[in-house]
Structure formats: C-alpha cells, structure tokens
Design a binder for this molecule. Structure first.
Ligand code: PLP
Length: 494
C-alpha cells in the first residue's frame, strides 16, 4: 500500500512513483544521523527480493522504494534521515506512537521466560492474563477472547464462529454475512467476501458463498429528505430477502474506513441491533481500526452505545509492535462450546503468541497510564477544526470522521458535489497529491476506491503541534491541487 508518494489503496503506486521520482530530500537539522549500513543496498534488495503488499512493483523500476528505518513519537524517518509526520499511524496501527522501548522490553522478558507456546489445547500465562484484561475492558458480556494474528484472521474467525454458533444452536442453515459497500474487512477468502470493494474481490472470485452487501452510512450525497435510518433499514430488507433462517451475522465497523470515515447516523446502531435481535442474526463490530482509543474509547461500539455479540480487533491491540488480533465474544456465543464434546474447530498456530500478548499487555498499560482515550476526546475537536478550516478550498467537499480518524472528501464542484471521474482522480491522487504530501513530509492516505479522499489517523499522542503541521502541509498542497484541477479559474469565472 505504501508508495514513494504516500499510502493509497488502489495498488497503483506506479504513476505516483514516477511522478515523484525526485532526489531524496536532504536531511533536515532535526534528522538523526543515519548509522545503518548501505542505504543503496536496501533499494537494490527491496526491488530484487521484497514482494510489497498492494503495490504495483513495476513502478519502482525508476523510483525509490520508501524505506522507513526509524520511528519516534508521531514521526518516522526514512533511510536518508528525512522526517515524516506519520499522519496514518502506520496504517491505523501505532496508537501509542513510535519508539516505545518498553514494549520491546516486555517482549524481551517474555522471550527469556517462554518464547512460544500455543493456545491449541494449552494455555500460557500471557494469553490468560491478556484475555482477562480484555474481558474486563470490553462492554457487557464480551468475556471470551479468541486470539488470532491479525485483522483478516479475526474477521475470518468471527464469521466461522457465527456459523458454528448457529449450528450448535440447531440452525445450521445460517451461514450468510451482511456487510456494507466499500467496507474493508480483510483479504483472506472469508474476510474478502465481507469486504465490499469490487476491485479487491473480482480477481479472486469465486469467493466464499454467502456474502451480501448493503448501503453504507455515507450521507454526504443523500437527498435531504431521506430517512436518516434508511441505511439501517436496508439491513432488514437484505435479511428478509435472503431469508432470516440463512443469515448468520451482520458485520459493521463503528466508523467505516473504506470510502473515508463514514460515521453512523444517530440511532443507526440501535436500529441495527433491534433488527439483528428480531431475526436472530449476530452483530459483529469490526474494530480492527476503531478500538484501543482510535475514536476515544477502548472499543468503538462504546462511542455509539451499542452492544455487539462479537468484536473483531487487531492493529492497536499491540500498537502493532507485535502481530496480534482477537475475536472478543459474548458469553452467550461461547456457551454452546463449553459443554461435553462441543468444539469450535478452528485455530491458528500463532493466535495469541506469548510475545505478542506480552506486548499487548504493555501497550494497554500505556494507553491507560497516559489516559489516551481521554486525550483523544479532549483533542479530537481541534483535529477536526484543523481539517474543517480547509473548507474554503474549492476541492474540499466534506470533512467527516470521529476521534483521531478523519477524512476529507475531494470534489470537482463544491456546490453540486460532483466528483472526479476515474481519469481525473488518477491524475489528482497518483499524479500529484499523494507524492506531494509525502515529499513535504506528511504520511496520510489518499484513496479513490470510493470518491477521492485524504485520510488522517495520527498516533493518539498527537496534539496541537502535529495538527498545525498537518494544516501547514495540506493547505498549500490542496490549494495547488484545486488549481491543477482547474477549480480556481472556474470558481473565479462563476
Ligand atoms: C476494519 C478492518 N477489518 C479487517 C482488516 C484486516 O486486517 P489485517 O490487514 O490485519 O488482516 C482491516 C485492515 O485494515 C480493517 O481495517
């Protein structure tokens, strides 16, 4: 996903790469000395041996691979010593910020004590302690924790658990999952079925049977008189169409990432909860991004006041200092598997790896000790105001999100909300924006899988200084983007 320009989701770094193939910026006065060996070798070796994810690797033939070598707080440094504000927390991951050696120390202590043992039929102290800690923090009866190694595995596991649960309750026909257009739930075949992005799905079809997609909560272009709970009701229509006896679960993010930080309408999740209860369908809250403080609460569902049957999480659970994910299930979900010979026949060797669990415990210590949820709630208004202040630019159509998870939607025409066509969007994002923001030292996400957006998701320790820096880079770059897209001239003609 990373490109020399910035992080985008289209797998199309190439044009950006060639568009921005400039000499690396000279290290600034604040740049640390680069003591690592032979940066040139990393370029050669990366191009020869590393298979980058979601990346048009051909684009690096004549451009540098961005090699990030060090992190400190809200900042990361490339191999040339150039500093970047990590406005994306390394893909919504590094919630407590970079360079927290205490997480490494926790891992080192664990390596000395017990480097690895599995959770298949056995347990080990750190998985037990972490499961208990999570159960104490999670809302309601979410007391049973099934560990995985990441987000896709969590989503995959939650769907399988939903099917297994219904099977154990005597409803084996319930196998379908309902999710939303443009939502990203991961890339393994089951998770990909829930993912609502045609470009990611189509090359790998046929997917797991049983996926169904409904409207998301992006009301930016909704007609004004539309019932605000229309998108929630679309879930009921889908359940009725599919046949309630065949639907296992609905999976939704508290704030939907794909498409650009779609927030729910007031009462959306309460209506969805009612619908799920009416038809015996489980509600999975996919909080791979929205937990561990990202939107100001340990769990995103707490912000919007709903109780899911399961939460899927990953990323910020360790602030990504180690690979870990989890399905946090309600007692009622676990109950059928606690009797006699019943079994949830599913697992991963590394799910709940002791090193990762030790890191997660240390990470949660930091989140609690520094009260990062409160910090986000206190400062989200200022982050939002920073982005709102850009609304005077013709290209800024909408600003939306919650907590430290915000997006700006870029439009061709502010009045009509007309969006850019595919060619314009390519030119705008990959031909200019992405590369320019990176060149000026801001890592964020540009994405046009829905309508084009710029997305910010800084580490939870960020504050006024970082917001000012974000503004100081975004403003001139978006102004120039407006100019390039001919917006100033058309505006002045009007
Ligand atoms: C909501 C959501 N679910 C699932 C995933 C998949 O997680 P992973 O990349 O760790 O497999 C992601 C990744 O960004 C996500 O945002």
């Amino acid at each position: 996903m990373a490109s020399p320009a910035n992080v985008n989701d289209t797998g199309s770094a190439g044009e950006v790469a060639s568009g921005s193939a400039s000499a690396p910026a000279a290290p600034g006065p604040d740049a640390p000395a680069v003591t690592e060996k032979h940066p040139g070798d990393w370029q050669r070796q990366a191009k020869r041996n590393l298979w980058m994810h979601f990346t048009r690797m051909g684009s690096y033939a004549h451009a540098d691979v961005p090699v990030i070598v060090r992190g400190d707080g809200c900042y990361v440094y490339d191999e040339h010593g150039k500093r970047y504000l990590d406005g994306l927390s390394a893909l919504y991951c590094v919630n407590i910020g970079h360079g927290r050696s205490e997480l490494g120390e926790a891992a080192a202590r664990q390596a000395k004590e017990l480097g690895f043992y599995t959770n298949w039929s056995y347990a080990h102290p750190r998985s037990i302690e972490l499961a208990t800690r999570i159960a104490e923090l999670a809302p309601g009866n979410l007391n049973r924790v099934f560990f995985t190694s990441g987000g896709s595995e969590s989503v995959e596991s939650a769907w399988k658990l939903a099917k297994a649960y219904h099977g154990a309750k005597g409803e084996p026909r319930r196998h379908k999952i309902i999710s939303r257009y443009l939502a990203y739930h991961g890339t393994s075949m089951g998770a990909l079925t829930a993912t609502g992005l045609p470009s990611l799905r189509e090359p790998f079809e046929p997917l797991t049977p049983g996926g169904r997609h409904v409207e998301n909560t992006n009301s930016y272009r909704w007609k004004e008189d539309r019932d605000p709970l229309w998108a929630a009701d679309a879930i009921e229509e889908a359940i009725l169409f599919e046949g309630p006896a065949t639907v296992a679960a609905v999976i939704l993010e508290p704030v939907q990432n794909g498409g650009g930080c779609f927030v729910p309408q007031d009462g959306y999740f309460q209506r969805v909860r009612e619908i799920c209860d009416r038809y015996g369908v489980l509600l999975i809250s996919d909080e791979v991004i929205c937990s561990w403080g990202r939107i100001g609460h340990m769990f995103g569902c707490e912000r919007f006041g709903y109780q899911p049957d399961m939460i899927t999480t990953a990323k910020g659970i360790t602030s990504a200092y180690a690979a870990l994910g989890a399905v946090i299930a309600g007692d009622h979900i676990a109950e059928p598997f606690l009797q006699g010979k019943a079994i949830f026949n599913h697992g991963f060797t590394f799910g709940g790896h002791p090193m990762a669990c030790a890191v997660a415990l240390a990470n949660i210590d930091v989140i609690e000790r520094e009260d990062l949820c409160a910090h986000v709630l206190e400062n989200e208004g200022e982050l939002r105001a920073t982005l709102e202040s850009l609304r005077d630019l013709p290209i800024v159509g909408d600003v939306r999100g919650a907590g430290y998870f915000q997006a700006i939607e870029l439009v061709k025409d502010k009045e009509t909300k007309e969006t850019f066509d595919a060619h314009e969007s390519e030119e705008l994002l990959r031909g200019y924006l992405s590369g320019e923001l990176y060149k000026r030292g801001l890592i964020c996400r540009t994405d046009d899988r829905g309508d084009p957006i710029v997305q910010l998701s800084p580490p939870l320790i960020a504050g006024r200084e970082q917001f000012a820096e974000i503004e100081s880079i975004l403003r001139p770059v978006l102004a120039e983007a407006s100019q390039r897209m001919g917006q100033w001239s058309s505006l002045s003609r009007a």
